[in-house]
Structures are given as C-alpha cells and as structure tokens.
Design a protein around this ligand. Structure first.
Ligand code: BES
Ligand code: MN
Ligand code: ZN
Length: 495
C-alpha cells in the first residue's frame, strides 16, 4: 500500500473509495458532512435508517451516491463523539482497513484522521493510521505452494488532511510505515518454522538487513563465544546440531560521541525445554521463542528506514534448546561470561542463560541504556494475559519512558516489581546462582536472575511471552514490541 497526503475537499475526490468517520447518533465528522451536503443528504438518510451500528469500528460501504465523484463511500463509526479513545480510534482504523481489504476499490482516500481525539495531534493520528493500514496488508504465505492472487485490496491510499507543518505530517506517515515494515519482518521471522528459521537463518537475515541499510553486522561463531567465555549461552546449545550464533548489529545514526542504546533479543529458534522436556501440547508454538530477536531485527529495520538520528547496538544470542546426548542436565553447573557460576536446575529456563552472557557482552558498548526483549516466562501470561508485555527495570526513569512509549504506540507494557527482597528466592547450595527461583513470581525471579548481570548500566527487561504471538485460529506473530521499541528510540533521538 502506497501512501500520499493532500489537503482537499472530500466531496471532490475521485478515488475508488472515500473513507469518512461518523459518530453515534448520526453526528457527522467534517469530511462526512461535506459528502452529505454534496450528495443532498444521502448519508444522513442512510444513517437515519440505522444501517450503521453506533459502536466504534462498525463500517458500512455505500455505492454511487448522487453528486459525488467517487463510486464508493466507506462510513466508519467512531462511537460517541466525547468517548473516543486511542484504542477506539485504532479499532476504527483497523475496521476500515478490513473493509478496504475486502473491496475492489483499488485506491482510497482516507479522512478518519480528522477524528476528535483529545491529547493526540494530527501527526499521531496519521502515523497510527499509516501503521495500522500497512500492517493490515501483512500476509504469511512464504511456505504455501499457492499464493493468494485475489484482486481485492487497496494499492494506493491518500490521507486527506490539512496541517500547518506538511513535512511533519509526511514524516509521521513514513514513520508509521517504517514501524509496519519492521513489524512485518518480525512477524515473518516468528512465523517461519524452526526447521527454516534457525540461528544461521537469523544471522543471514541480519546480514541482509545490514546490506540494505546503514547497519553494520558481525556474527560471532561458537569458537568466538568460547574465547569470550560465554559458558551459559553455549551450555544451552550443547543439545543441538544447529550451530549457535551471536549476532551484533550496529546502527550509527547519531553523533559519533553519543553512547548507544543496546537492545538484546532472546533468539531461541525452538524451545523443546531440553532434558526438562516440555509437554507435547502446542509445542509447535515454541518456534516463537525467538520473537525477542525478531523484534530487535524489526526495530533496526524501522529505525534505519526512518534514518533516526541515534546510535543503537543490537545483540542477539541465538540457539535451539534441544535434548540430546551432549545436552545440559538438571544439576549441571556452568560458568557465565561474567564469571558467576550457575546451577541449571531446569533446562527449560534457558532464555535467561543465553541472555545473561549477552547482557555481560553489552558492557563493552558503554551503553546509555540496555533493553532486553524475551519470551521468557509462562508466568507472565498468567499475570498479564496476552494484551500487555511485562516490564521490569533497575531504573525507574527508564521504566517510565518505556511504559509511556508503549502507551503512545498502542503496544502497552506494565511494570512488575524488581525489589531486592525477591533476590532471596534465588539460592543455590552449589553455585553462585540457580537458573530458577523458588515457587511463585516466575516473571520476577527470571528478571532477578538477569539483574545479577546488569549492574553496570541502566537496564529494562520486556517479557513478551504473552504478546509476541497469538494462538488458536488466528495463530501468528504480532510484530510486538516493535512499535514500543521504535517509539522509545524516537523519543531518545529527541524527536
Ligand atoms: N520460552 C519459555 C517461556 C514461554 C512459555 C513463553 C510458554 C511463552 C509460552 C521459557 O524458556 C520457559 O520455558 N520458561 C519456563 C521457566 C521455568 C522452567 C522456570 C516457564 O515459564 O515455564
Ligand atoms: Mn524454556
Ligand atoms: Zn524459552
């Protein structure tokens, strides 16, 4: 879907479809009012009959209204005028996207950004709309032998909006698009099966991304990791025939002297649990255990496409977690890159083992902040469900910044405590630290484990176990938290 923007009179538009908002009770937005007037009250007549539901996100396609140049008008309900929220606006845009996807209009003019939304400026409304519209065109048919060749859907869309700073509005649209492109990359990597999306595949993808954009990439191999003493990461890889990789991405959009933000993504390309084998039910979904890594790659794509003025380093420790003759066993003790010894009481708590060495490696970049992203604990799904990512941090300002970024991006997180008291739940009789905590607070004890490796810098941890993908009939990766991370970096870049 290609986007442009122009200021114009909605009633004169000749596009295949014109999308306008109406509020509950037949209360028309400015664009809808203009169409209604030009068509001699045709819209008000239809609304008076009650064909369009008052609920935000309801849609109704009208054809051949008199007095209009366009053959189609898509009415989108925005609900009660004084009750419109970020969520309802996003729902309405998503509903419009679905209706357009099922139409043969070919191109469309989009007038929903004039919705009355307190606290959100026009740039925000346009950026969100661009992101949602573009994201709605995502398909995962890479491994289907027959591709969808339907002629339905929109190839060109013009945002009809008037603002003082046209460049700022255009930039907002390009940013929305870039976020959707980053999400698409993250979704595709997540959805690819474990026999395709291996650690080597992630490394190849990172190299390709670096080639297409202003990004440097380095891939550390097993012997490099051995030299660095990454004993925790390598212990997870022991059960697998796929060689582990450690991917280092470097995006230098900022000034040379600016310290980088470091993003770390868990890249377990399949998590069987290892010797502490998982039950068989829905185990296929453990191909999604690299969604943290995918979101880091997706975020790099988004910020590089935006040419964001900031320095960012990406670290992706990646391996499979398999049982096997050489696999680590419960009770084994390994030495992490930090020197701390770890008693592996459960081989299924492998994410923290690969992350801890990456977090130690992060120190060499003298980061302003480190954010790791991981499908780390089933407990996070119990705590927050599938709507909200878990956030834990050793710095409250960084936490607040990430929470606000999630709010603005429609990709929310919620903070859980990382108080010192919880550290007492991690005790080993034989090593410095066990890789699991005592019963309860699984998301917090996992973060407490990571906190032992992040004392040198400001750090936050996003547990995306519940938000990175959907199960059931709609099974698929969500592309989260690319919107949150990108918004955070936009903020950091001073925009
Ligand atoms: N990748 C899983 C976490 C997970 C499970 C994410 C289900 C999404 C859905 C992680 O490696 C894991 O297995 N964690 C264990 C930790 C436990 C052994 C302390 C868990 O959450 O059960
Ligand atoms: Mn696991
Ligand atoms: Zn895992």
């Amino acid at each position: 879907m290609e986007f442009t923007i122009k200021a114009g009179s909605p009633e004169k538009l000749k596009n295949g479809c014109v999308v306008v908002g109406v509020h509950a009770g037949g209360d028309l937005t400015a664009a809808a009012r203009a169409l209604d007037k030009a068509s001699n009250g045709a819209i008000a007549t239809v609304l008076a009959r009650g064909d369009l539901d008052d609920k935000a996100g309801s849609t109704l396609m009208l054809h051949d209204l008199p007095g209009l140049a366009t053959p189609r008008v898509l009415l989108v309900s925005l609900g009660q005028a004084d009750e419109l929220t970020d969520k309802l606006y996003r729902d309405a845009v998503a509903a419009a996207a679905r209706a357009l996807a099922g139409s043969v209009a070919g191109d469309a003019a989009f007038c929903l950004a004039d919705a009355e939304l307190p606290h959100r400026d026009l740039a925000w409304r346009l950026g969100q709309a661009a992101q949602i519209l573009k994201d709605s065109t995502y398909r995962c048919d890479e491994l289907k032998s027959k591709k969808d060749e339907s002629k339905k859907g929109i190839s060109k869309l013009v945002f009809v909006a008037r603002g003082k700073d046209a460049d700022a509005l255009d930039a907002a649209i390009r940013r929305g698009e870039a976020v959707a492109d980053g999400m698409a990359l993250a979704k595709t990597l997540g959805n690819l099966p474990g026999n395709v999306c291996t650690p080597g595949y992630l490394a190849t993808t990172a190299r390709k991304l670096a080639k297409d954009h202003k990004i440097k990439v380095e891939v550390l191999e097993q012997d490099d990791m051995e030299k660095l003493g990454m004993g925790a990461l390598l212990s997870v890889a022991r059960g697998s025939h796929e060689p582990p990789k450690f991917i280092v991405l470097n995006y230098k959009g900022g000034k040379a002297k600016d310290k980088p933000v470091v993003l770390v993504g868990k890249g377990i390309t399949f998590d069987t649990g290892g010797i502490s084998l998982k039950p068989g039910e829905a185990m296929d979904e453990m191909k999604y255990d690299m969604c943290g890594a995918a979101s880091v790659l997706g975020t790099f794509k988004a910020i590089a496409q935006m040419a964001l003025p900031i320095n960012v380093v990406g670290l992706i420790p990646t391996t499979e977690n398999m049982p096997g003759g050489a696999a680590i066993k419960p009770g084994d003790i390994v030495t992490s890159m930090s020197g701390q010894t770890i008693e592996i009481l459960n081989t299924d708590a492998e994410g923290r083992l690969i992350l801890c060495d990456a977090l130690t490696y992060a120190e060499r970049f003298d980061p302003v902040a480190v954010v790791d992203v991981a499908t780390l604990t089933g407990a996070c799904i119990i705590a927050l469900g599938n709507l909200t990512s878990g956030l834990l941090a050793n710095d409250d300002e960084l936490a607040a910044e990430l929470l606000a970024s999630g709010q603005a991006a429609g990709d929310k997180a919620w903070q859980l405590p990382l108080w010192d008291e919880y550290q007492d739940m991690l005790k080993s009789n034989f090593a410095d630290i066990p890789n699991i905590g005592s019963k309860g607070a699984g998301t917090i004890t996992a973060a407490c484990f990571l906190a032992r490796f992040t004392k040198a810098y400001k750090w936050a941890h996003l547990d995306i176990a519940g938000t990175a993908w959907k199960s059931g009939a709609d099974k698929g990766a969500t592309g989260r938290p690319v919107p949150l991370l990108t918004q955070f970096l936009i903020g950091r870049a001073g925009h």
